[in-house]
Design a protein. Structure first.
Length: 488
């Protein structure tokens, strides 16, 4: 047919053109479907962890216990210590059952580790139960108890509460991806449970759904876990995909747990497990709608000044008193050292000054010795011996005076005794008067003797003082003469 137009005819679409239009429509429809699927992929930051963890996001969204700790380059699941566990579980459920989990980890075996420890490994969990509520109380009461860690009794308490599978429940309800280091080799396995089974490492694990996988090589390994409503697929590096058919519902919880293994000998220092680091976790939602709860972001932490910062470990450690004593001893040692350093120059100066003074005193003594010899030579007699003799005579005079005073005191005491005796034995007033006369005569004689002795002692003292003054003036005169003659 020919369509007539106002100016020129147009031919209608012929049959051979229709198949091309159908193919074009199919391509557009496929592109739209692919675009819709691409737009449906949304990252879930609340369930993801950066390679360098944000400690504020970890504290808000995740529960960490045991050996798990953030570092400047990764999230350390275990630092390589046997007989220790660590867990990290998200506090909030996933609101989707169509998502993918991708995480990267590395496990570096220590050179000193020479034997495979029992029950050594870690697991990724996708659970139908709130794992944080399961492990919170046991971790606080047992895994964070210093006494139980030192006595290694925490494992018995964990086993009593059914937490014997790499730090989590044996009868878990959900999915576990297990990376185990056993006597049979290193493996990765996939196992689901509805809570009816109680597998253990070596008894039910590794599961038959497994691959041999040396994850202790020290390199980075990437694991992808694809969860759909009908099945779960796990891909580890270039290994074949592990798959399990199971019904998945929204509301599951994800996380990790690890165990450093059991020592075969309590004092075996060479039995060390691997350093296990999580270097990033990303969760992507493929279902329509939000994949996680909207959590209000915590306000950024206030930047504290050096004066406002507090050393939490130091302030609340059980060794705080011992540390305070050590700090006090250290300060005292520094003070003593400072005192010694500061007083050393002063001590040296004092020592030098004392030595100089001693030398000067020795020179003065030598000069006095020479002066005494010169005086003796000029006077013709030894003045020093004469002064010593004068001092001795004065001392003798003092001794004699003291003795005379003592004797007079005794005589007075005897006189008083006689007076008392007279009073007692007097028979009449006449006898008393005669005795009093005799006593008066005796007293007069004693007074005369005392006055005579006093005058004599006073004269001797005057003579001695005059002699000393004359000798001193003579010596002074001699010194003046020698000075004028330039003897000194």
């Amino acid at each position: 047919r020919v369509l007539q137009g106002p100016t020129r005819p147009y031919k209608a679409l012929q049959g051979p053109t229709r198949p091309y239009m159908a193919c074009y429509g199919c391509s557009v429809l496929a592109l739209l479907l692919e675009l819709h699927g691409t737009l449906a992929e949304t990252a879930l930051p609340g369930h993801s962890i950066d390679k360098v963890p944000d400690v504020h996001q970890l504290a808000q969204m995740w529960h960490l216990s045991g050996t798990v700790m953030p570092s400047y380059r990764s999230l350390v699941l275990t630092p390589g210590v046997a007989d220790r566990i660590g867990t990290v579980f998200n506090r909030y459920p996933l609101k989707t059952n169509d998502f993918e989990v991708s995480f990267t980890f590395s496990a570096q075996t220590r050179p000193a580790s020479q034997s495979a420890l029992e029950n050594d490994g870690f697991a990724f969990w996708y659970l139908r139960e709130n794992a944080t509520e399961v492990v919170y109380n046991p971790s606080v009461q047992h895994a964070h108890n210093q006494d139980k860690l030192m006595s290694n009794s925490w494992q018995r308490d964990y086993a009593k509460e059914g937490l014997g599978l790499l730090g989590y429940k044996n009868n878990f309800n959900g999915l576990g991806v297990f990376f185990l280091n056993t006597k049979g080799g290193r493996t990765v396995s996939l196992k689901t449970n509805d809570g009816s089974l109680t597998p253990e490492v070596g008894n039910g694990l590794p599961d038959r759904n497994q691959h041999q996988f040396d994850y202790h090589s020290g390199g980075d390994h990437t694991v992808k876990i694809r969860v759909t409503p009908e099945k779960i697929e796990v891909t580890v590096g270039n290994l074949p995909t592990l798959q399990v058919s199971t019904r998945s519902e929204p509301g599951g919880y994800i996380g990790f747990s690890c165990h450093g293994g059991d020592r075969t000998m309590p004092t075996s220092a060479h039995e060390r497990t691997a350093l296990l680091e999580l270097k990033g976790l990303k969760v992507t939602n493929f279902a329509a709608g939000p994949g996680e709860e909207t959590i209000a972001q915590a306000e950024p932490a206030k930047v504290l000044t050096d004066a406002e910062k507090e050393d939490i470990l130091s302030a609340h450690s059980s060794f705080k008193d011992h540390r305070d004593e050590s700090e006090a001893i250290k300060e005292l040692t520094n003070m003593v050292f400072k005192l010694i350093v500061e007083s050393k120059p002063m001590q040296s100066q004092m020592t030098q000054a004392l030595e100089t003074l001693s030398a000067r005193i020795a020179k003065v003594e030598h000069s006095f010795g020479m002066l005494r010899a010169e005086i003796d030579k000029k006077t013709g007699h030894k003045l020093v011996e004469e002064f010593e003799s004068i001092k001795k005579e004065l001392a003798d005079i003092q001794g004699v005076a003291s003795k005379d005073t003592t004797d007079r005191g005794k005589k007075l005491e005897s006189l008083h005794a006689d007076i008392e005796h007279v009073h007692r034995t007097a028979a009449s007033s006449n006898d008393i008067g005669g005795s009093l006369d005799n006593l008066q005569d005796s007293s007069a004689k004693v007074l005369e003797q005392l006055q005579g002795e006093h005058k004599r002692m006073f004269g001797v003292s005057i003579v001695a003082i005059a002699f000393i003054l004359i000798a001193g003036l003579s010596l002074y005169n001699k010194f003046r003469c020698w000075e004028k003659k330039h003897v000194l």
